[in-house]
Design a protein around this ligand. Structure first.
Ligand SMILES: [Zn+2]
Length: 431
């Protein structure tokens, strides 16, 4: 029965694969109008707004501040936080807060936690979208999906239940050796993990001189940097695809050419552009399928690099060439031209400059540790590579016309805990 239901949802999801952008936007506008009418009646926060264009932009903090008025299932922030903490303690993620509503937590940039709610129906819908986008027609073959995640949620297991798809959640709280040995037994057809964990898996497999060959490999939850993408693609001998998914929703996925397409059949994306060339933007999302906790005009912290032109796959959905990281991690420098102005140098410029220095660079990290100091962590951290990296960064400062910053070199060391998200470029300053 469940299989038939999922099949129908899958067909419905497939039907929403529009051929032209015009068709896609017409559908989106129609759904938005219906959703807005529903929203005004059901979410206290929105009852006084008369048109979609009046709606305020909601930040992560606004969502927390007005959580009780925004959600439409009568949950309070206090109860949800208590429930989510209980689940993290017991590692039992199958509990619900009320009437089949699941609650989850995510860690924000400054350690601030945000709460998200999903209903049973939303879980099923999420599962059908995920199934149609991740598995495609291979949904009907037997698949073994391995998920390496820092926190599970019963959301992920919904896709697999009773559908001939096996889903295995690898809890990163367990010793990594055990996880790798379980992974070998499981022999997944699809492997989903953050890139820093994929790298750890590769290193463990290399040390055992074993290979696994999943049909598809997806990077999630962290920025896939160029250095990691190349490393992983060399080992697995296939394209590393990306799932752009966060607590706020399933936002996009790579096509076979590696371009990420945003899920505009379910979510409207507005853009807050960050640069004059309009290459980079922060997405403002309105998910017109999610009702228990509406995400409407919700500003995400991510920086997306727009793909200009038409992707070869022919998808009319907005195309993203990369997810460049978080806005909070942007590195600002004192402008040489205007005395009090700051100029940003985006992560991909810094990454490319460093990687172009030497093919011997295995790992790097760049951290803003003080207003006038950048820490550059390298592996290997040899004097020769240091000279090359310093020169490359100074050329970059010159190009962007910023005052050169002091650079301190350090030996790169592995992230002390795999339970923490890994960022190669980080702003450690508060402001
Ligand atoms: Zn494409």
């Amino acid at each position: 029965m469940r299989k038939i239901k999922l099949f129908l949802l899958f067909l419905l999801a497939k039907r929403r694969a529009f051929k032209t952008r015009r068709q896609l936007l017409a559908y989106q506008n129609k759904r938005l109008r219906i959703f807005f009418r529903w929203l005004r009646k059901n979410a206290r926060y929105y009852e006084t707004y008369t048109s979609f264009s009046q709606l305020p932009i909601i930040t992560k903090q606004d969502m927390l501040d007005s959580f009780n008025e925004i959600n439409t299932v009568g949950c309070t922030l206090k109860d949800c936080l208590a429930q989510a903490h209980r689940m993290e303690q017991t590692r039992d993620f199958n509990d619900t807060v009320s009437n089949g509503i699941s609650v989850g937590l995510s860690t924000g940039t400054s350690g601030k936690r945000s709460v998200f709610l999903v209903s049973k129906q939303e879980q099923n819908q999420w599962a059908s979208i995920m199934a149609s986008k991740v598995l495609g027609w291979s949904l009907f073959k037997s698949n073994r999906v391995a998920l390496f995640l820092r926190a599970n949620n019963n959301l992920y297991e919904t896709v697999g239940q009773g559908n001939g798809i096996q889903f295995k959640f690898f809890d990163l709280m367990r010793p990594f050796d055990q996880l790798v040995s379980d992974l070998l037994d499981y022999n997944p057809t699809i492997l989903v993990a953050p890139p820093s964990i994929l790298k750890e898996i590769v290193k463990a497999l290399q040390s055992k001189k074993i290979k696994i060959s999943p049909g598809k490999i997806f990077s999630v939850a962290e920025t896939l940097s160029e250095i990691d993408r190349i490393y992983l693609e060399c080992f697995f001998n296939k394209k590393i695809l990306q799932i752009y998914q966060c607590t706020e929703g399933f936002l996009g996925i790579s096509c076979q050419y590696g371009t990420i397409h945003l899920n505009e059949e379910y979510i409207r994306f507005d853009k807050k552009y960050l640069d004059e060339n309009q290459d980079r933007f922060m997405p403002i999302i309105t998910d017109f399928t999610r009702k228990s906790q509406p995400f409407v005009n919700y500003l995400l912290d991510d920086i997306l690099h727009e793909y200009k032109g038409q992707c070869r796959c022919g998808s009319p959905n907005l195309a993203i060439s990369s997810i460049e990281g978080r806005q909070n991690d942007l590195l600002y420098f004192q402008s040489k031209i205007q005395s009090h102005a700051k100029t940003v140098i985006y992560p991909d410029f810094i990454e490319r400059a460093i990687l172009a220095c030497s093919v011997d660079i295995e790992e790097y990290e760049v951290r803003r540790v003080a207003q006038e100091t950048l820490e550059v962590l390298l592996l290997p951290n040899t004097p020769k590579i240091q000279i090359q990296v310093r020169k490359a960064l100074e050329l970059l400062f010159d190009k962007f016309q910023v005052v050169p910053t002091k650079i301190l070199f350090k030996q790169w060391v592995k992230n002390p805990s795999i339970l923490q998200k890994y960022y190669r470029i980080q702003n450690k300053l508060d402001d």
